[in-house]
Design a protein. Structure first.
Length: 237
């Protein structure tokens, strides 16, 4: 039983307002995607990584892999039109490379703050339950809105979990549901956990961390740079 990472780097980062996709922007002298890969590079449970990359940056990314000695990056493939399609591309690409009992770890390349304990925990739960999503308890109050201008209904936060990547799935399970989505011509599932829930599968939670931010805006770049200075043992408690 092995663990293969599908790292998503197929986005162009329009909200960042830069000609450089955000995963390739440099922070403290290193591309964001390198930080993300290095988290898996140094985890003993990870065997190989397939990076689903924006097409026009594949050649540049190959140079990055060589420069930073990212030896667990085994394959680089082209991303899809949507996030769903990029994950699907990774899942289908691995079809003749994995055993059915192997696991895939799906992660966003723009979530570079990922403590080793968080990786270990989401893998542990997935190996036990068949799938797992890195998750945190929801603390802020949540209000339902139908117009994004106002709201008149609370959402019970006691029964809400905030999920993020990494998400880990038994490969045979993920392959089954992505094949079903392809047959139904569905390309709109936000993440693999959304697809599983749509198909009636229970999704399990693994303890995540609020430090596992997704870099989307320029303000997030500053927050990421600050988090790099925090000792890893303080990022997951």
């Amino acid at each position: 039983m092995k663990n293969y990472v599908i790292l998503l780097a197929g986005g162009v980062g329009k909200r960042m307002g830069s000609s450089t996709p955000k995963q390739f922007m440099e922070v403290s002298g290193k591309p964001i995607i390198v930080y993300s890969i290095e988290n898996f590079q140094r985890n003993s449970q990870i065997d190989k990584i397939v990076v689903v990359c924006v097409k026009d940056w594949i050649d540049r990314f190959k140079e990055i892999v060589a420069k930073y000695s990212l030896t667990k990056v085994e394959w680089i493939i082209e991303g899809g039109l949507t996030g769903h399609d990029s994950i699907r591309n990774g899942v289908f690409f691995l079809k003749d490379k994995l055993c059915q009992d192997d696991f895939i770890v799906v992660h966003d390349s723009v979530r570079p703050i990922l403590p080793q304990k968080a990786i270990d925990e989401v893998i542990r739960v997935a190996h036990e339950k068949g799938n797992a999503s890195s998750s945190i308890v929801c603390h802020p109050p949540i209000v339902y809105t139908e117009d994004f201008e106002s709201g008149i209904a609370d959402v019970d936060r006691e029964h809400v979990m905030l999920t993020a990547s990494p998400q880990v799935f038994k490969y045979s399970l993920a392959l089954k549901f992505y094949e079903q989505a392809e047959q139904a011509n569905r390309h709109d599932f936000t993440f693999t956990s959304s697809l599983l829930i749509h198909c009636g599968e229970r999704v399990y939670f693994a303890k995540g961390t609020t430090s596992n931010i997704k870099i989307t805006t320029k303000a997030d770049l500053a927050l990421f740079e600050a988090l790099l200075k925090v000792p890893e043992e303080l990022l997951y408690d």
